[in-house]
Design a protein around this ligand. Structure first.
Ligand code: ZN
Ligand code: ZN
Length: 94
């Protein structure tokens, strides 16, 4: 593997989730904070919201209402939230 002897700037490349130091780690800036991860998996683990219905990670656009996240309209509907359905088709409300 390349870059295995590069020791400087290690702390800047340490994943804040698993602690792994990786020369291809990356930063995510959100809300004025800087987060460092070695993989998207760790980034998702730390930053992605969780669907309030099925519990999966919301890594797409997802949906948010009153600070509660859902992964899809179906999950939102299970919680009695129907306002997202309109986006699929307009003008076919039965
Ligand atoms: Zn990690
Ligand atoms: Zn869901």
């Amino acid at each position: 593997m390349e870059g295995q002897s590069r020791m400087r700037d290690q702390e800047n490349k340490r994943c804040e989730v698993c602690g792994n130091v990786y020369d291809k780690s990356f930063e995510i800036h959100r809300g004025g904070e800087v987060h460092v991860f070695d993989s998207f998996e760790c980034a998702i683990h730390a930053l992605a919201p969780t669907c309030s219905h099925c519990g999966c990670r919301v890594i797409g656009h997802g949906m948010e209402t009153d600070g509660v996240f859902y992964c899809c309209a179906h999950c939102a509907e299970q919680h009695g939230i129907h306002e997202f359905e309109d986006r699929v088709e307009s003008g076919s409300a039965q």
